[in-house]
Design a protein around this ligand. Structure first.
Ligand SMILES: Cc1cc2nc3c(=O)[nH]c(=O)nc-3n(C[C@H](O)[C@H](O)[C@H](O)COP(=O)(O)O)c2cc1C
Length: 198
């Protein structure tokens, strides 16, 4: 379908959908499926939380030694998929992923509860580990940081990634599968929008 207009930023619509989700979805309104590709070219997906939308990036936080982080560091092409069931909406985002700055990761880490910080310290994410082994590590870090006045420093292997999108697709359900689809693509710092067939 042809319906192309230049210089239309997708960000206002992204912020609007984010606000709608925050207002109406009680839990995990920021959950998205993150797809990465491993060095053998095989795709992997898992749910993460997109905690910040700070133009021009979408941020999530994770373990830098996890499989997803290893994929991203070898191949920064990622996609995110949000499904807002309550609104019959899907948002697809493709972009280039990079590490957030240490300052950004520190800011997010500092806003987490001590227990979440301790669990992040204790978890070698996605390694094989029994519950007993994990609980033992948690106990060890709880003892190490038993003084609640003492801040827990962010470990080097934990922090943020930020996605710089080059493509957005806003999908809205419509009657008898006549869904509305708007695709924004970035070229030379300019956004163009097109309507796609349902
Ligand atoms: C609702 C939900 C939210 C999640 N949020 C995150 C997150 O923000 N960061 C994260 O590292 N894992 C998150 N996870 C866990 C991931 O889905 C995944 O199990 C983990 O990150 C390991 O992925 P990997 O082995 O591909 O690196 C979440 C899972 C669910 C179901």
């Amino acid at each position: 379908m042809k319906d192309k207009s230049q210089d239309q930023s997708p960000w206002p619509q992204l912020h609007q959908w984010r606000q709608d989700a925050e207002e109406q979805i009680p839990k995990y309104s920021d959950a998205a499926t993150l797809a990465t590709v491993d060095p053998q070219g095989k795709p992997h997906s898992r749910v993460i939380l997109v905690r910040w939308i700070r133009e021009p990036y979408l941020y999530f936080f994770t373990n830098f030694e996890s499989p997803k982080a290893q994929h991203i560091l070898a191949n920064p092409n990622v996609s995110l998929n949000f499904y807002f069931k309550e609104f019959d909406r899907q948002l697809r985002v493709s972009g280039i992923c990079m590490k957030a700055s240490p300052e950004e990761s520190n800011e997010y880490w500092g806003g987490r509860s001590r227990m979440k910080q301790i669990h992040a310290l204790a978890s070698k994410q996605s390694s094989v580990c029994t519950r007993e082994e994990f609980d033992l590590k948690v106990f060890k870090f709880q003892k190490m940081y038993s003084d609640s006045q003492k801040p827990i420093p962010r470990p080097d292997n934990w922090g943020g990634f930020k996605v710089a999108p080059h493509t957005f697709e806003f999908w809205t359900e419509a009657e008898a599968r006549s869904h509305k689809r708007e695709q924004y693509k970035k070229n030379d710092q300019r956004w163009a929008v097109e309507t796609l067939a349902p």
